[in-house]
Design a protein around this ligand. Sequence first.
Ligand code: ATP
Length: 348
Amino acid sequence: MHEEIIRLVNVSKSFDDQQVLQNINLSISRNEFVTLLGPSGCGKTTTLRIIGGFEVADTGDVIFEGKKINNLPPYKRNLNTVFQRYALFTHMNVYENIAFGLKIKKINKTDIERKVKEVLKLVNLSGYENRDIDSLSGGQQQRIAIARALVNEPQVLLLDEPLGALDLKLRKDMQLELKRIQQSLGITFIYVTHDQEEALTMSDTIVVMKDGKIQQVGTPQDIYNEPVNAFVADFIGESNIIDGVMVRDYYVEFAGRGFECVDKGFETNEKVDVVIRPEDIKLVPVEEGMLEGVVESVIFKGVHYEMIIYGNGIRWMVHSTMMEPANTRVGMKITPYDIHIMKKVTKE
Ligand SMILES: Nc1ncnc2c1ncn2[C@@H]1O[C@H](COP(=O)(O)OP(=O)(O)OP(=O)(O)O)[C@@H](O)[C@H]1O
């Protein structure tokens, strides 16, 4: 069912002497919502720009529907881009902004009117044709920018932090809106963000990048539950990352004691990163705990409490719907399934 639409093969790119992409290999399917996620400067935008044709890779290929398009200019690619700065024409009204590209393509007036109406409906702004751009809110302007891209009926929409300029509430609404639009049109979205929550909410597939390299490709669930290394675990959610030693298959030592775990295949006594999510540490009476500690701080986060607990030489972050006040001595329990063992990332 997963029909490939775009493939990047060994794509590398340098600016001056700095290598910003190293051997990127990625396959994107028709109708997929793919998010490139990573910290600032990791190469997300450059990857998107190479797909869009605004930048040319030094080596490697960009394949679109089986054909190499390395040197095809952006306007000849069957895709459109929405940027964070939406670059609408402020001297034109909504209708003229959306119709602009179609007029250049010399499409007849009746078809243009019909298409503009359709995309305005899609972005929930029916009836806004005659409004000046300046009279619209940031969120509405962004919807117009999206409508302007969608009116060309691209097979692929590239979105570079399109919600970056919006406030949190509007961002959340627009995330759902974008997902709805993508699903109702059935086109491929390639989305760039550094916001992991946004990526988890919207994507079918997340591509986690760091220093110009892909770290992991997977569904939001894969990336969250089975991160391949401590970087992904840390970037995709809050985590306790502790130095450990994998004594043998299914048995790891950290925080001064041994724990059963479900991982295997490491060297005997290999040094590893142990990743434990804050919500996976259960607070229990001291005598029932595998570990014990003293609550240092408590913050109410709305759905849960975030507690910092000092014990066995480590500051543990614990999320729980139950609150233990500061200075309380508590026990902590972790099941084998919640102990994630990661290979140490070797520094290059
Ligand atoms: N045209 C350019 N000339 C020189 N350096 C560039 C150019 N474009 C990008 N870079 C550099 O390449 C690196 C990767 O940039 P890129 O914009 O792809 O990262 P990013 O992951 O999208 O980051 P951000 O989230 O901050 O936009 C950065 O160090 C950036 O400064």
